[in-house]
Design a protein around this ligand. Sequence first.
Ligand SMILES: [Zn+2]
Length: 692
Amino acid sequence: MRKLLAILFGAGLALQVQAQSEGIHLEYMNQSVKPGDDFYEYAIGNWRKMNPVPPSESRWGSFNEVNENNKKVLKEIMKECTAKSYPMGSSKQKIGDYYRSGMDSTLNNRLRDSPLRRYYAEINGIKTRQQMVTLLGKFMSWGSRPLYGFYIDQDQKISSKLIPYFSQGGLTLPDRDYYLKNDADKVKIREAYTKYISNMFMLMDTVTKKMLFKGKRYGNNVSVSGEKGRKLADQAAADIIALETKLAEGSMDKVSRRDPYKVYNKMTLADFSAITKNINWAEQTALYNLPPTDSVIVGQPDYFKKLDELISSEPIEVWKTYLTWRLLNSYAGYLSDDFSEESFNFSGKVLSGTKVRKPRWERVMMNTDGSLGELVGQIYVEMAFRPEAKKRMLELVNNLQETFRERINKNDWMSAETKKAALEKLGTFMVKIGYPDKWDDFSKLEIRKQSYVQNVISTGKWRMMDMMEKYKKGVDRTEWMMSPQTVNAYYNPTNNEIVFPAGILQPPFFYFNADDAVNYGAIGGVIGHEMTHGFDDEGRKYDAKGNLKEWWTKEDAERFDKKAEKIVEQFNNYMVLDTIPVNGKLTLGENLADLGGVAIAYAAFKKTEQGKKNEKIDGLTADQRFFISWANCWKNNSTNQAVKMLISTDPHAPANLRGFAPLTHHDAFYEAFNIKPSDKQFREPTERITIW
Ligand SMILES: [Zn+2]
């Protein structure tokens, strides 16, 4: 939700381990293919053949391999935290009880969805539109966000201040396109979605269903089981999808959402209330204890207008059905097996193409890790992080930063004026490596021996409360937005910071003993990628202090856009699964970050001893090793469903393109592999783009 530019989307949660030896794996390569024809296949083709997507995954690649290492550590942590009773309130008590509550299948299967009954009853109590709006606010205080997004972050234009953000929401499917497009795939998904909703309502007990379906719209039904019950459940599903489709029509598309100016609509709560006559935002936000505030940022005013229209026009019974659905669906994974399996059948199987569910212990462990991030992270770094890694990383970051500086100085398209400001921005990057200096405070979070879903809800409530407390304290630039065990990295424009959690400082990204070519091609490229985010089409709009502000001359901005447009075209021309084009505009920021990341990392590598000598190791020159190491980071196989889903939601291009596409702009790449104009991936020198 917050604006983070990460190396990869939604990494993080899949976990199994292969021992990685240091450096380049010749056995992963497919040397029967010419590197100039298909570099990705040449560099890692055999790995792809040897590593099909496991049935419990939708994707399998380098990030998963690292996660496998992490899983071993997490398993140890869960074991330790559940080995005995720890004092109430201690970290190990919280982790242990959270994990245990998820593992208690007997209790959770007996309770089914009954822990949600008090919330169903609240929904059932709605008689007027005003009550429905009030309940919406209450839901937010429970950490649930059925109809709109809310968070507190730095003001994009005054980064020293925190401000509340409101954004569009309300959709269950991954994006508005899933409701509005009529290609065969989307139609099939909507049919499966209808069936999924209907099945979930069928799983509810008779009392709940009677309560839900007692209104006129559903024929004042007394019988809610058997065929009659199915009819009602089908009608509920149709109502929900019709309503979500209207919300989708009012939603901003994902390419527009990348424009920081379009989503920056600052207003007072009174102005905001004028857009939505049904919602008084001072009253609404008081329900979740937002302190009085002079202004807020509304990401998509049109969405809120649409929502307001629908609050007036949709029957109250439809709203009740919808809210019940949103509640049930968001917690389904933590309920009894029947509910959680049904949920997996749709979001795992249909949407992502995952064939089987992960074992319970793994699902619960991943959720415990995700919910209690830094609490688990503190133990993780003690067990798994080598402080030498931080020292080595700082050296690499400094080398890349210095190289970036030289490259800005000597580039031929930027004016001296803009260069000066760019150098200031580069020079003031805040660098975070490994784990936070100051840990997040979880002391007010209560985790107890109770049902799994209750612990999940408690954590959501606590997060909301914690966010309000942080709001009162003001900006804290030491905060991290990823836990240390996360296998990912990010650039945060409002802090002008690059962040590398301990999780990514492992092979195949980071090695203690590999040669420089390997490290510069891998983690060097990742560092360069994050640095370039500060200067991609979106990041470049923020200045050295992290404020959204025009600091480029008009001519420089135009020259930049012209170069960037070439990258949009390049990616628009790539197809996945033979027929689906990549969205060059959606993936532009990431593609620019890859392009710059490789260029800067390569130039920094050429300053090392190995880079200068270019001697062979295992039959490969240093330059060849550098480029193969980059491709090695993007080892990946995906199910077709996952590919389709990511094409419509992910601002990153598919891994098989990231593994070679940015390289085609570097002369050194052509020289390293003797790539000729007759080779398939050859790009004319005049078509090669260098920005940074
Ligand atoms: Zn990125």
